[in-house]
Design a protein around this ligand. Structure first.
Ligand SMILES: Nc1ncnc2c1ncn2[C@@H]1O[C@H](COP(=O)(O)OP(=O)(O)O)[C@@H](O)[C@H]1O
Ligand SMILES: [Mg+2]
Length: 252
């Protein structure tokens, strides 16, 4: 499936992510059956910055993994930029994932033996082979934007935790994804570094209009996202303005 075909089928480009009554059951029909996500319905549009919150075990990572096509749902419908994921082959899913989605995890999963620049280029190398001059220039631009222009040729293991997370953000953005999914990207960082890393998400959200869904336990950071989705036991119990989130948000 070519990119133009993907986009031609996509319908309303403003809606980047759409879930309709999505369920996830681990180990279905076994004694270990665990129904983790219950009838999740939501939409995320271009340019939105959304906090996904909830206590540990409420299903945040499972939801992010299903949204990001790293895991499959058990029932319900998921659309990425208008594409019904349940109708795609494995190869098409992989293509859609690499075209549309960037990931940032709590632990950055950088390859320590590679340079900072090569780590950022990795998603492009996996997809296209040797990166073009234009792609390399864009990776360098992103590293400059995250304040790491002077570290490009260094191995990543010389960097601090906050610097490594910035490399991971540049890597997530290098394919110019419509959707960025971040699972506790600041969970491993001190408060000031977490603020700085979060500010990068805010900046890229505004400048590139990518939709961002960010899992965070930090109420200061979720308050900086205009919208919050809250999960309790795998159900959406709140989806609206962060400012109107009822009750005290208690960190687990
Ligand atoms: N691969 C898996 N197999 C079985 N159960 C899982 C798996 N991954 C997560 N779970 C279960 O799903 C529930 C939600 O986990 P998770 O999505 O990691 O929550 P959170 O990210 O909100 O802490 C937990 O009960 C967890 O044990
Ligand atoms: Mg989690």
């Amino acid at each position: 499936m070519s990119k133009s075909r993907l986009l031609a089928q996509a319908g309303d480009q403003q809606v980047v992510l759409q879930l309709d009554r999505l369920n996830k059951i681990f180990n279905a029909e076994t004694p270990l059956e665990n129904h983790v996500l219950h009838d999740i319905s939501l939409q995320v549009s271009r340019g939105e910055l959304v906090a996904l919150v909830g206590t540990s075990g409420s299903g945040k990572s499972t939801l992010l993994n299903v949204m990001g096509l790293l895991d499959v749902s058990s029932s319900g419908e998921l659309r990425i930029q208008g594409h019904l994921v349940q109708g795609l082959t494995e190869q098409q899913r992989t293509q859609l994932r690499s075209e549309s989605i960037g990931f940032v995890f709590q632990f950055h999963h950088l390859i320590s033996a590679f340079s900072v620049l090569d780590n950022v280029l990795m998603p492009l190398m996996l997809r296209y082979g040797k990166p073009s001059a234009e792609q390399t220039a864009y990776a360098e631009y992103l590293l400059n934007e995250v304040g790491l222009a002077n570290y490009m040729r260094q191995p990543t293991n010389r960097l601090s935790g906050g610097q490594q997370q910035r490399v991971a953000i540049a890597r997530a953005l290098v394919t110019r994804p419509a959707l960025v999914l971040a699972d506790e990207p600041t969970g491993n960082l001190d408060t000031q570094t977490a603020d700085e890393v979060f500010s990068l998400f805010e900046r890229f959200n505004v400048e590139h209009q990518c939709a961002i869904v960010i899992v965070t336990h930090d109420p200061r950071l979720s308050a900086r996202c205009p919208r919050t989705i809250r999960l309790t036991d795998g159900r959406v119990v709140y989806d609206g303005a962060s400012a109107d989130l009822p009750g005290l948000f208690i960190t687990p």
